[in-house]
Ligand binder design. Structure first.
Ligand SMILES: Cc1ncc(COP(=O)(O)O)c(C=O)c1O
Length: 394
């Protein structure tokens, strides 16, 4: 059909044309072809899914669980997710009416945004952050209010929140992520309480993505849902906590009135999750509710190693108390274009990193430590050589 090909601009969605495929995934793919490279690009655990969870999935298949499951999720999964949230974060949700299972947190983001926003509505997104929030909002024709946080240690301050709400009184939602991607920075209980005091006075939903909640290294995770239960749409899941990115299970927890709206969108888009992945996630939140602990200890060791190593190399970074990322400021003596620099480091030092600009903040690089300590040691030694050579060249 040559006419359609010629008229593709007119025949397809303009946002999709402008957005294009993910730059992060494309860069990662490009780096993979470099022989012997150490990839610190990946945002997923390097561990295998715990054995008992895999067995639960196998048993589910053997039991011929091959039919449509309940749209909001199986009773087991919803009950175990509710118990997990209660045990770990002292949150109270009714599994029958206040929790919805989604295809990873990625679906949670998309269906929640679609359920809340009409075209032209405003959503506040502090940056740098996971790029899917803004892309999902823009794809639905919403207007994104970008709020930079680099000058405040990657935390949204009360002053900035207050000013943003004054400037955008019609904003319907704000997205907060704790611990954060790409920074690894998390909000303290006190910071959450102060922000909640402000948010309480406004008709604004708080979309709180807490997918990294099990991976905190200096203090227990603090949840926005605890401080602001009536306004918070909480995301969590098993992707990061249980090394189950490929199973694609996330959860949304929130007030029933809102969950029932989001469930309408979920039904339209997904119908329901596969029974087999829900059986695995039910096991993860149930018998495996503390599975993340051994992985958390390993990540903490790697984080501590990198804090020491990067400091010795003279690099400055946001203090990462959660997730598995470092957000490192590009030193003045290096190329300042993040994409060019990442390509140079990949080629010359054989270390793959992601430019901060892919998360909405130029001048930084993201390093993921979801890889073995041995590989991190190789990466650090290569980086040391690269930085030394670049310093001398200047
Ligand atoms: C903050 C954040 N939210 C959501 C996701 C996606 O999670 P899922 O794999 O469960 O869709 C990621 C993945 O990197 C993330 O960093």
């Amino acid at each position: 059909m040559p006419e359609i090909r010629k008229n593709l601009d007119r025949m397809t969605n303009t946002f999709v044309q402008a957005a294009g495929p993910s730059e992060i995934l494309a860069l990662n793919q490009e780096f993979k072809s470099i022989d012997d490279i150490v990839l610190l690009t990946v945002g997923e655990p390097d561990f295998n899914t715990p054995e008992h969870i895999k067995q639960a999935a196998i048993a589910d298949i053997a039991a011929n669980d091959s039919h449509y499951a309940p749209s909001n999720g199986t009773a087991d999964l919803l009950q175990n997710a509710a118990t997990f949230l209660k045990h770990h974060y002292q949150l109270d949700y009714d599994p029958k009416s206040e929790i919805l299972a989604t295809l990873g947190v990625t679906e949670a983001i998309n269906v929640s945004i679609k359920a809340i926003l009409n075209p032209g509505d405003e959503i506040i997104i502090p940056e740098p952050t996971f790029p899917v929030y803004a892309l999902a909002a823009k794809a639905f024709g919403a207007k994104v209010i970008h709020v930079p946080t680099a000058a405040d240690g990657f935390i949204l301050t009360v002053a900035k929140l207050t000013q943003t709400l004054i400037d955008h009184p019609q904003a319907k939602a704000i997205v907060l992520t704790t611990p954060g991607n790409p920074t690894g920075v998390s909000y303290t209980e006190e910071q959450i309480q102060s922000l909640a005091q402000v948010l309480k006075q406004h008709n604004v939903f708080v979309i709180s993505d807490e997918i990294y909640s099990e991976l905190t290294y200096d203090r227990p995770h603090a949840s926005f849902a605890k401080a602001l239960p009536e306004q918070t749409i909480l995301f969590n899941g098993v992707s990061k906590s249980h090394a189950m990115t490929g199973y694609r299970v996330g959860i949304i927890a929130g007030p029933h009135a809102l969950i029932s709206q989001i469930a309408v969108v979920h039904q339209l888009i997904t119908t329901t999750l596969p029974g087999v992945t829900m059986a695995a996630a039910a096991e993860a939140f149930g018998a495996g509710e503390n599975d993340a602990e051994s992985m958390r200890i390993a990540y903490k060791k790697r984080r501590d190693y990198l804090i020491e190593s990067f400091t010795k190399l003279g690099l400055s970074f946001a203090y990462p108390d959660g997730a598995f990322y470092f957000f490192v400021k590009i030193p003045a003596y290096l190329q300042q274009d993040g994409f060019k620099l990442a390509r140079q480091i990949a080629k010359e030092a054989k270390v793959g990193v992601t430019p901060g600009v892919a998360f909405g903040q130029s001048g930084y690089l993201r390093f993921s430590y979801a890889t073995s300590l041995e590989k991190l040691q190789i990466a650090v030694s290569r980086l040391a050589g690269f930085l030394q050579a670049e310093k001398q060249a200047k």
